[in-house]
Design a protein around this ligand. Structure first.
Ligand SMILES: Nc1ncnc2c1ncn2[C@@H]1O[C@H](COP(=O)(O)OP(=O)(O)OP(=O)(O)O)[C@@H](O)[C@H]1O
Ligand SMILES: [Mg+2]
Length: 229
């Protein structure tokens, strides 16, 4: 049975005086892939940052698994199982893939690498490589691999396919569907065909507001999404 795992209610956020998000309502259920689409500057990244605790909302609430998280520190939110993968793919460049994963394991006490490498077998071949030398696709795999240590409740991923070759995007599409069985996904994504292939629900964000909520294959289409861009 699926149940609500993340709920955002009346969320407002600002950078100093500049208001960016207005009365955002969002709901994510277990097993779901929820996509956020919108133009550059619409507020998508700000939304994920506000959920993950990197930006303190000015009002509203974020509730995960029936636990209020609003105003908590990003570290505690991550520990609770809401993991954020930022748009700038920051890994520890000087550390190897193995060392990056070790840090993830250290933080989560999850040393079950078989599970993680099951999603990204290629990383097995790259264990000794410094993360700074990885391709964009490999780096994205490493970020997701590190983030799913500890089996988080929700993964918030900001533009996972930005700048990646079509082959890798196809691969990630399959991985996202598999991942969603154990971790709900909220994905900010500009690639609308990908969104339509994987999303159970789409929120369209415009000027800091949710202007549309599309649910299910009947409503989710490239044309429907484009209407709100
Ligand atoms: N650190 C910041 N300080 C001040 N303003 C910011 C900051 N980060 C973002 N903004 C502003 O907030 C608004 C929303 O930005 P945000 O990065 O959330 O948009 P986005 O939808 O993720 O855009 P993109 O598709 O380009 O990534 C923009 O007007 C942006 O200029
Ligand atoms: Mg962004």
């Amino acid at each position: 049975m699926s149940r609500e795992i993340l709920s955002v209610r009346g969320l407002n956020a600002a950078y100093g005086e500049a208001k960016v998000l207005f009365d955002i309502d969002m709901s994510v259920a277990t097993g779901q892939i929820v996509a956020c689409v919108g133009r550059n500057g619409a507020g998508k990244t700000t939304l994920l940052k506000s959920i993950a605790g990197f930006l303190k909302p000015t009002s509203g609430s974020v509730i995960a698994d029936n636990t209020p998280l609003t105003g908590k520190k990003s570290y505690d939110i991550a520990k609770f199982g809401i993991k954020y993968i930022p748009q700038d793919k920051k890994v520890f460049f000087d550390l190897t893939v193995r060392e990056n994963l070790e840090l993830g394991s250290y933080a989560t006490k999850d040393y079950n690498w078989d599970r993680v490498l099951g999603f990204f077998p290629k990383l097995q071949l790259l264990m000794g490589r410094k993360a700074g030398y990885l391709s964009g696709g490999e780096r994205q795999m490493l970020m997701i691999a590190r983030a799913i240590l500890g089996s988080p409740k929700v993964l918030l991923i900001d533009e996972p396919t930005e700048g990646l070759a079509p082959g890798i995007v196809t691969q990630l599409r399959e991985t996202f569907r598999e991942l969603a069985r154990s971790t709900a996904l909220v994905i900010v994504e500009q690639n609308l065909p990908l969104v339509c292939a994987i999303a159970d629900k789409v929120y369209a964000v415009r000027d800091g507001r949710i202007v549309a909520e599309l649910v299910g294959p009947e409503e989710i289409s490239v044309a429907a999404c484009e209407r709100y861009l």
